[in-house]
Design a protein around this ligand. Structure first.
Ligand SMILES: *Cc1c(COP(=O)(O)O)cnc(C)c1O
Length: 363
């Protein structure tokens, strides 16, 4: 079997064991004679899959009982609309702490369509030209309904390791790309949303973990499929959920439990990202334009000092079966996504590649 090294940002690498287990079960799930994707979402077999996945997620994230877990569709972008539609009164306002591409998209979705969003630009450049998060700018304004942040900016390679103090104002966060890569205390958030396709499952599943008291305030015209109250009262089966993705998510949660949980993955992710950043910092051939403290552990953004080598870099990487290294189109440069399912070996292979490419191109 051939497997490439996949550093793509999403949909992205999945644990091989999970793919193989799904493959074994694919045509005949649990002796039913049908595939999981051919099965009613209301069947006993799927119900068991659904409940098992939720129970595992609750265990690995230590989600308190007063939080609901909703399995939805519509992606991260769908939740950018769902958040104001579920929380923000017509005459209310919300604070958006913008640290990169995705928090800016969330801000714009709210501001341009649903109501008053206050923009807080929270990334600055230091004297060396590196980006850093200025947490002092994350101040809630008087009377805000909620505050919003993206804990890992997938495109920019910036991760928030601190949280702003928002007092009684619920903090709503997007963790699409760093969910389950390190422990977080769910109690600190009003809601956590994530699209599954970066760290958890195939695309098409979005999870919302939301504190109960924040449910039931949706605007009258909020589409039912985005209304957290509706989803919650139907156990996420108001309409047909993405059954395959939900099933795959359950397998990934089990894989995480078997590895020792989120804490063990955090240690591995620190090791992986340190390997990569240490190498990049050790040479002036490559450059990471972000202050060390704010660098993402899962999306490593870097540039070649000589940008005219970009095409050759990507071409050679591809020939050696290292794929998905091209940066997001809004930023250019390179990006290596090294999510939970990327092994330490995968990062060592990448560092080796960077070193060899550099040696061959040193002036
Ligand atoms: C990928 C991503 C999104 C967008 O998700 P879609 O499912 O494509 O809507 C939003 N936020 C973050 C942090 C992401 O990484």
């Amino acid at each position: 079997m051939f497997r490439a090294w996949n550093y793509g940002a999403g949909p992205s690498v999945m644990p091989l064991e999970v793919l193989e287990e799904a493959q074994r079960e694919f045509t005949d799930y649990n002796d039913t004679g049908i595939s999981i994707i051919e099965m009613s979402h209301r069947s006993a077999d799927f119900d068991a899959v659904a409940k098992d996945a939720e129970a595992r997620l609750r265990r690995i994230m230590d989600i308190p009982d007063n939080y609901r877990v909703l399995f939805e569709q519509g992606g991260g972008r769908g939740q950018f609309a769902a958040i104001p539609l579920n929380l923000l009164p017509e005459d209310g306002h919300a604070d958006y702490f913008v640290t990169g591409h995705w928090s800016r998209c969330a801000y714009r979705e709210c501001a341009e369509r649903y109501g008053k969003a206050i923009l807080h630009e929270c990334v600055e450049k230091n004297a060396q030209g590196e980006y850093f998060i200025n947490y002092d700018r994350m101040q809630v304004t008087e009377g805000a309904t909620y505050a919003y942040a993206c804990l890992n900016e997938t495109v920019n390679g910036i991760e928030m390791f601190e949280l702003p103090d928002t007092g009684d104002v619920p903090l709503i966060v997007d963790m699409s790309s760093n969910i389950l890569t390190r422990p977080v205390d769910v109690r600190k958030f009003g809601a956590i949303i994530f699209g599954a396709q970066k760290n958890v499952a195939p695309a098409g599943l979005t999870v919302t973990i939301v504190r109960e008291d924040l449910i039931g305030h949706a605007r009258k015209y909020c589409p039912s499929v985005l209304d957290w109250q509706v989803l919650s009262s139907y156990d996420s089966m108001y309409n047909t959920p993405n059954t395959f993705s939900w099933y795959m998510a359950g397998k990934v949660f089990k894989w995480i439990e078997n590895l020792g949980g989120v804490k063990a993955l955090e240690e591995r992710n620190i090791r992986k990202s340190t390997l990569l950043y240490d190498y990049i910092d050790s040479t002036d051939f490559y450059c990471c334009p972000i202050e060390r403290k704010d660098r993402s552990r899962v999306n490593c953004v870097f540039t070649l000092k000589d940008e005219s080598l970009n095409a050759e870099f990507l071409e050679r990487a591809k020939r050696q079966h290292l794929i998905g290294l091209k940066g997001h189109k809004v930023l250019g440069g390179m990006r290596a996504s090294i999510y939970n399912a990327m092994s330490v070996e995968g990062v060592e292979v990448l560092v080796d590649f960077l070193r060899c490419f550099e040696i061959d191109h040193r002036a």
